[in-house]
Design a protein around this ligand. Structure first.
Ligand code: PGA
Length: 264
């Protein structure tokens, strides 16, 4: 890990009712109350957002949605806009998750519109990118990442790049128990950082790029100890307060170790 403040985000996907979210936070918040060296984010389903915002008020934990529409309002049945998410107190939004790209036809063109819409509304985007197994086997990983990053960030000014979090999530590692090796994750994230550097060296040095895909309490420390990996987007393991808190603790420990190394 570097001197960048790590981000540890819980992607709950379509899990947890409001009552479940309340029970989770009642257990989780006391466990992470002391942690200030990592940015902890909970991404609940839309209907639990307001309750989670209220329960996290006064804590260092922030709240993000899992998707949004790019228009502020209009005839888009079933959709939710960035200003609506801000109104309920969301701080951020996950955009371009591979499940949305695969099951809901999310396109890079839509993401190019969603990113500035999110930032303009005051939401910090967590943009997900990553290759499929077939693409990795065909040695297309860098081409895929370049295509997604260039297309998705096309409408953002260089000065705004630093406001994003990017999550490198290889599709083959999501929900499969097949975590990328620390070397694979570090390499891909370093490559994404080089893409950002081709637009702005300053943004590349500051932007947080995290890893996602079967992160667990058992593998978190090793992943978070790598220099390029600035945190984790956690799915399955974020549903359990104790396990997710131990991933947060691993990030805080990695941040402390990086700060000590920088002082030497
Ligand atoms: P997982 O999901 O941790 O269950 O693999 C990660 C994600 O989809 O963000």
């Amino acid at each position: 890990m570097s001197s960048r403040v790590p981000v540890i985000a819980a992607n709950w996907k379509m899990n947890k009712t409001i009552a479940d979210a309340e029970a989770f936070l009642g257990d989780f918040l006391p466990r992470v109350g002391e942690v200030t060296s990592a940015d902890v984010v909970i991404c609940p389903p839309y209907l639990a957002l307001k309750a989670v915002v209220e329960l996290c008020a006064g804590s260092a934990v922030s709240v993000a949605a899992q998707n949004m529409h790019q228009e502020p309002h209009g005839a888009f049945t079933g959709e939710v806009s960035a200003p609506m998410l801000r109104e309920v107190g969301a701080d951020g939004v996950v955009l371009g998750h591979s499940e949305r790209r695969t099951y809901f036809a999310e396109t890079d063109a839509a993401l190019a519109a969603k990113l500035p819409a999110a930032l303009d509304a005051g939401l910090r985007p967590i943009l997900c990118v990553g290759e499929t197994e077939a693409q990795r086997d065909a040695e297309e990983t860098e081409d895929v990442l370049r295509g997604q990053v260039e297309a998705d960030l096309a409408n953002l000014r260089d000065a705004r790049l630093v406001e994003l979090v990017i999550a490198y999530e290889p599709v083959w590692a999501i929900g499969t128990g097949r975590t990328a090796t620390p070397e694979q994750a570090d390499g891909a994230i370093g490559f994404i950082r080089s893409l950002i550097a081709s637009r702005s060296e300053e943004a590349a040095a500051a932007i947080r790029i995290v890893y996602g895909g079967s992160v667990t309490p058992d593998n978190a420390a090793e992943l978070l100890g790598r220099p390029e990996i600035d945190g984790a987007l956690v799915g399955g393991a974020s549903l359990h307060p104790e396990g997710f808190a131990s991933i947060v603790a691993a990030a805080a420990a990695a941040a402390a170790a990086a700060a000590a190394a920088a002082d030497r």
